[in-house]
Design a protein around this ligand. Sequence first.
Ligand code: NAD
Length: 250
Amino acid sequence: MTRPAVIVTGAAAGIGRAAALLFAERGYGVVAVDVAVPVCPDGSDGLVPLVGDVSEEPVNEAAVALAVREFGRLDVVVLNAGIGGTPPLDAPGAIERFDRMVAVNLRGPVLGIRAAAPALRARGGGAIVLTASVSGLAGDPGVWAYNATKAAVVNLVRGTAIDHARQGIRINAVAPGLTDTPRTAVHRDDPDLEAELTRRIPMGRWARPHEQAEAIWFLASPAASYITGVTLPVDGGLTASTGLLPPPLT
Ligand SMILES: NC(=O)c1ccc[n+]([C@@H]2O[C@H](COP(=O)([O-])OP(=O)(O)OC[C@H]3O[C@@H](n4cnc5c(N)ncnc54)[C@H](O)[C@@H]3O)[C@@H](O)[C@H]2O)c1
């Protein structure tokens, strides 16, 4: 019997790395896609790296071909690669940066869904999980470009979920809140900023990457068999709050 197979993008670090390792631990063959060399720890049999940029169509097609070649099937796709770094709108280079964020955060998942759908259909269905963000559910100062691309992901999930529902392909997203990854290290390196951000989270702490991976696992699993088109906040209660009043300290 062949093992189930998953593609995970952005698999070299952070949430994608945690998801790739979780699926591998639980018996999946994993195609781990990243612009950096994705992690393949010793003994993690079944993790196949693919170095490439998700904003390029051939990379997405190659990931599907690799899953089928290595594992004989494709069951789940985790479209997680994403970038931040919003400049002020009037800064030099702001539009070039915006274009790049659209390419990675939005075009990437669009290409990923398009490339994977035929292989999933061929098996009678499957699951696709995107990584949106709480920044796609509301806005924050100085984050306009990231806000826009992640909000687009939330509605991409809705629209594509409807189009693929009768093919047995479920499409959902997680919306992480603040999560302890290489990408957010810059915030944690500033103790005042870290304390200020942490104070706003009702649970009083940041997420660990494996907590995002577990939510991705759930949405991809048969336990979520009647769930499609949703974005699940995984944010310690952050988006449960209007933000008007600080959460109680005890
Ligand atoms: N960390 C957080 O607090 C947080 C919160 C909300 C949403 N997110 C989202 O979660 C996802 C993962 O974030 P993270 O914090 O783990 O980030 P990270 O920067 O720690 O890891 C992201 C990985 O994606 C890879 N990557 C970047 N651009 C790529 C491209 N074009 N093609 C292929 N791989 C690429 C990077 O090399 C890196 O290995 C992103 O979509 C991010 O927007 C993160």
